[in-house]
Design a protein around this ligand. Structure first.
Ligand code: DQA
Length: 148
């Protein structure tokens, strides 16, 4: 069975590979996207991998996913800590949802320790670098397989 997964990346993640390598590593956004597409292909998942710096655009993607996708993986980046709108949209999406962070948001600045989305998602991965993205895809595959 083939599933459709939406992988949403929030603000500044397009700059992976250039921004704060000590936190986010040297893998570029393009490389990360390719790794995720490759893993998805192996698992027979149709992956849509998107990035936006605009909060409203992310909300619209989540709303539209309800009719199209079987699950959402999201690194909401800085919006994780601020966006009630993204939280509300995720709450309305009633299928599997995984939150991902490249860095460990719990051993950084105080303001990053609060995620507004953690309690409305199925589960999360943080602090495992770009491997976390691959692990999230594997976990989503298992969750949806178990549901069907
Ligand atoms: C991040 C952590 C956020 O606090 C930060 O604003 C990001 C990236 C991560 O992947 O570690 O942009 O979501």
């Amino acid at each position: 069975m083939s599933f459709k997964i939406l992988f949403i990346n929030g603000p500044n993640l397009n700059l992976l590979g250039e921004r704060e390598q000590s936190q986010y590593g040297s893998t570029t956004f393009k490389e990360l996207k390719e790794l995720c597409l490759k893993k998805s292909q192996e698992l027979n998942i149709k992956l849509e991998f998107v990035q936006s710096n605009i909060e409203g655009e992310i909300v619209t993607w989540i709303q539209k996913a309800k009719k199209v996708h079987d699950g959402i993986i999201i690194n909401a980046a800085a919006f994780t800590h601020t966006s009630v709108a993204i939280r509300d949209a995720l709450q309305i999406f009633d299928k599997a949802k995984i939150e991902v962070h490249i860095s460990n948001i719990y051993n950084r600045e105080e303001f990053r320790k609060k995620s507004l989305i953690s309690d409305v998602v199925t589960g999360g991965v943080f602090g495992l670098g770009s491997n976390g993205y691959i692990l999230a895809i594997i976990a989503m595959h298992k969750i949806i397989n178990d549901e069907n």
